[in-house]
Design a protein around this ligand. Structure first.
Ligand SMILES: NC(=O)c1ccc[n+]([C@@H]2O[C@H](COP(=O)([O-])OP(=O)(O)OC[C@H]3O[C@@H](n4cnc5c(N)ncnc54)[C@H](OP(=O)(O)O)[C@@H]3O)[C@@H](O)[C@H]2O)c1
Length: 275
C-alpha cells in the first residue's frame, strides 16, 4: 500500500483530501503545524525520514491574501521557505511531491484562459510567495506535480460560499462583478489530485472548476441553489477596496480535469443542506 503524507491536513483542503485518499487505498499520514512545522527544516527531515512516504501532498500554507500584504515576512517563511524545506527533503529522499498552488501566480492581464505554460507574474504578496514555492519545487525535485487551483471552497474552512450564506440576511449585498475566475470545490480538487497520481506525467497542472464566472455570478448561483432571496447588486472592484490587489482575469484552462463549477456547487449545496 502506498504511503502518502499530507501537510496542512487540518486545513480546508486537507480535511476533504485525506478521506478521499484513504478511500483510494492509500495509507494516509496526516500532519499539521503541531506535528510537522514546515518552516523547521530539521523537523521536516526527521518526520519524512521516520515515515518514509512515497508521496507528499503539500497543502500547508499561509492563505490570508490580505494579511500577506502587511506581513510578507510570515507569508514568505511559510509559503516560500516552508515549501523549499519540503521540496529539499522530498528531492533528497526521491519522494513524489504534489504542491498545491494558486491562480494568483498570474497577473490577470490575459484575455483567454491561462495554461500551465503561461509565465507567472504575481501582483500580490500571497501570489509572489506561492510562486517562490513553485520555483523551489522545480529546483529541488524531479518527481513533482504543481497543482494550481482557484476560488476554493469546502465544508471545513472560511470561504466565499459560506461567507455569502452568512450575509444572506443583509438588506442589500454588493459583490464585485469585474473579477472573473473558476470556483473550485475542495472535493473536485481532491479527485483531480487522485487522477494525477494515477500516472500523469510530472509537471504543472491547473485543477479548477470548468467554466467561469465573476464573484457576483458566483454569489447569484449560491443564493439561487440555496433558495435564498437576496437583494444582490453587482459592483466594481474600486467600490470594495482590499489591501491585496486581485487579478481581474483569473480563468485557467483545466484540461477538463474537473466538472463544471455550477454542477460541483450544486452538489456541495445539496450535501450541505442534507447535513
Ligand atoms: N483557499 C483558496 O481559495 C485557495 C486558492 C488557491 C490555492 N489555494 C492553496 O490550496 C492549499 C490549501 O488551502 P486551504 O484553503 O485548505 O488552506 P487552509 O485552510 O488555510 O489550510 C492550511 C493549513 O496549513 C497549516 N499551516 C500553516 N502554517 C503551517 C506550518 N508552518 N506548518 C504546517 N502547517 C501549517 C494551517 O494551520 P493554521 O490554520 O493553524 O495556520 C492550516 O491547517 C494551500 O496551499 C493554498 O495556498 C487555496
Amino acid at each position: 500500500m502506498k504511503k502518502i503524507l499530507i501537510t496542512g491536513a487540518k486545513g480546508m483542503l486537507g480535511q476533504d483530501l485525506c478521506p478521499i485518499l484513504e478511500d483510494e487505498g492509500y495509507e494516509v499520514i496526516e500532519t499539521d503545524v503541531d506535528t510537522l512545522d514546515i518552516t523547521n527544516l530539521e523537523q521536516v527531515e526527521t518526520v519524512l525520514a521516520d515515515k518514509i512516504p512515497n508521496i507528499v501532498v503539500h497543502c500547508a500554507a499561509y492563505t490570508n491574501v490580505d494579511k500577506a500584504e502587511e506581513d510578507l515576512e510570515t507569508a514568505r517563511l511559510i509559503n516560500s521557505k516552508g515549501t523549499e524545506n519540503i521540496a529539499k527533503v522530498c528531492g533528497k529522499f526521491g519522494i513524489t511531491l504534489v504542491y498545491i498552488s494558486t491562480d494568483y501566480v498570474f497577473d490577470g492581464t490575459k484575455t483567454e484562459p491561462y495554461t500551465p505554460k503561461d509565465e507567472p507574474c504575481p501582483i500580490n504578496n500571497y501570489g509572489l510567495t506561492k510562486f517562490e514555492g513553485e520555483q523551489a519545487v522545480q529546483k529541488y525535485c524531479e518527481k513533482y506535480y504543481i497543482a494550481r487551483t482557484s476560488w476554493l471552497y469546502g465544508h471545513h474552512g472560511k470561504n466565499f460560499v459560506e461567507t455569502m450564506i452568512s450575509l444572506a440576511d443583509k438588506p442589500e449585498l454588493k459583490v464585485v462583478d469585474d473579477q472573473v475566475g473558476c470556483p473550485t470545490w475542495t472535493v473536485e480538487l481532491s479527485n483531480g489530485i487522485v487522477e494525477l497520481l494515477k500516472g500523469e506525467p510530472f509537471g504543472i497542472y491547473h485543477i479548477c472548476g470548468s467554466g467561469s464566472t465573476s464573484w457576483f455570478g458566483f454569489a447569484k448561483e449560491i443564493f439561487s441553489l440555496c433558495g435564498l432571496a437576496v437583494n444582490l447588486k453587482p459592483c466594481k472592484t474600486e467600490e470594495f477596496p482590499r489591501p491585496a490587489k486581485r487579478p481581474e482575469y483569473s480563468i485557467m484552462d483545466n484540461n477538463k480535469i474537473c466538472r463544471n463549477w455550477k454542477t460541483a456547487l450544486k452538489n456541495y449545496i445539496e450535501l450541505r443542506c442534507a447535513e
